[in-house]
Design a protein around this ligand. Structure first.
Ligand code: ADP
Length: 161
């Protein structure tokens, strides 16, 4: 079975992430989204909340699952039985970072391949960090994230001290 992991912070999942996930789900028999269980710094949603938002956003994709993970992505890939790591590439900074990380991952796990999918131009400018910034300034983000995420963001931002 061809299995891929798609690791990231997903704080929160956006339509850009969902586009990559949907396309990866056509290339692999199973895709496991790995929500990085990162230390709290700069993270708006807890790991549990991020996993939950991903779960709700991928409910219509039968061959996609979600799990949280700590440590190396290549170890998470091994644990999931995956041969491939999927990442999304936006123009600019993503390339340098992905290239560097791919070389390191290749060193750590030579049998693990990286597949980068080029972003849909519609979501080129979309990052979770910019999304959180504009959402905190009351921007309407309905076209940038799944419905449940938009609602969760509104709630989170308004509950903030
Ligand atoms: P970010 O905070 O930049 O959204 P993540 O760690 O959540 O970062 O991203 C996980 C993966 O999804 C990375 O490979 C990232 O490049 C990719 N990604 C993030 N946003 C988009 C987007 N708008 N289009 C395509 N890929 C994306």
């Amino acid at each position: 079975m061809t299995i891929a992991i798609y690791p990231g912070a997903f704080d929160p999942i956006t339509n850009g992430h969902l586009d990559i996930t949907t396309r990866a789900a056509k290339l692999f028999e199973k895709v496991v989204i790995g929500v990085y269980d990162a230390p709290a710094k700069d993270i708006l949603f807890t790991t549990e909340e991020r996993v939950d938002l991903v779960k709700q956003s991928i409910a219509h994709l039968p061959n996609v699952e979600v799990e949280s993970f700590t440590g190396l992505a290549v170890d998470f890939a091994r644990k999931a039985g995956a041969q491939t790591i999927v990442r999304g590439l936006r123009i600019g900074a993503d390339f340098e970072r992905e290239f560097e990380m791919a070389l390191m991952n290749k060193k750590l796990a030579p049998d693990c391949e990286l597949v980068c999918l080029i972003t849909n131009p519609k979501y080129q400018y979309l990052s979770s960090s910019l999304l959180k910034e504009v959402a905190s300034l009351n921007a309407n983000v309905d076209e940038l994230v799944p419905k449940t995420v938009a609602a969760a963001l509104k709630k989170k931002v308004h509950n903030k001290p």
